[in-house]
Design a protein around this ligand. Sequence first.
Ligand code: PBG
Length: 331
Amino acid sequence: MTVGRFPLTRLRRNRQDRFTRRLVAENSLSIDDLIWPIFVMEGSNSVTDVASMPGVQRVTLDRLAAHVETAARLDIPALALFPITPSEVRDEAGTEALNPDNLMCRAARLLKKEFPDMGLIGDVALDPYTNHGHDGIIENGYVVNDKSVDILKVQATNQAAAGIDIIAPSDMMDGRIEAIRRDLDENGLINTRIMSYAAKYASAFYGPFRDALGSGGLLKGDKKTYQMDPANSDEALREVETDLLEGADMVMVKPGMPYLDIIRRVRDSFSVPTFAYQVSGEYAMLMAAIQNGWLDHERAVMESLLAFKRAGANGILTYFAIEAAQRIKAQ
Ligand code: PBG
């Protein structure tokens, strides 16, 4: 640490003009850091707004290429896909997750064909497909671990076979990374990457996402028996270590802004590619204040994203990806 003493040392000198501020900046946000989560739905020729996420839309597959074109033109490296499953297709066991022709797999095939260079990230968990909104299957009121993992690994392999480049298990079952890795490898998919939602908390900030998916109203109880307790931080390091030993290529911390301390600890402890998910509730919170004129749109959004870089994230999943990329490009 460099020490200095006033008046010889004046820290404001390096802040006095833009060129110096640019030279001494320790962190920066680039388009390379952005991952755009998108919602796809069944039907045709339709785009609908997510009420609790102003500016975020769900699109049908025939509109998907046009939707993604903007991201491709901005050279955003990757998309995270989330399917909306109609309630009549959902069941107790999330059977539709195993359909190799489900919405997620169809979207992946379409996007790989239209945008071969765009990275595709597939969420692996049963909540889009279950009629109870949980990420695994339930026995006697409890989300059972090992039987859920047996389903999740097939879901993952189906997605990879359909063109998903990065499998992102968000279910928080124990042992799922190893089971998925082995299943992918046995099916010859040795280069499919795994971005583990390693430290995923049982958070209040997923509310608007569940609205977007239509799983909010369905969810019985909460996810506290599998997602992490917001009180814990050492446990996040155990989760990350376990997932790395099981074969994860990259890890994620989720939510983002309330968990910047976790990102920093993970990065310092493991020095592995670490991602942050600025989740739906964080987006909703910022947009609500922006729409009320209480926060400056550009400054609030860009500051929130830069904070992830400062905390040590290599990349950020954010619903602001498109506008952030546009602003970076315009600089
Ligand atoms: C599902 C999943 C969730 C999110 C991503 N994958 C919701 C949940 O765990 O209930 C949340 C994303 C967001 O809030 O933006 N397993």
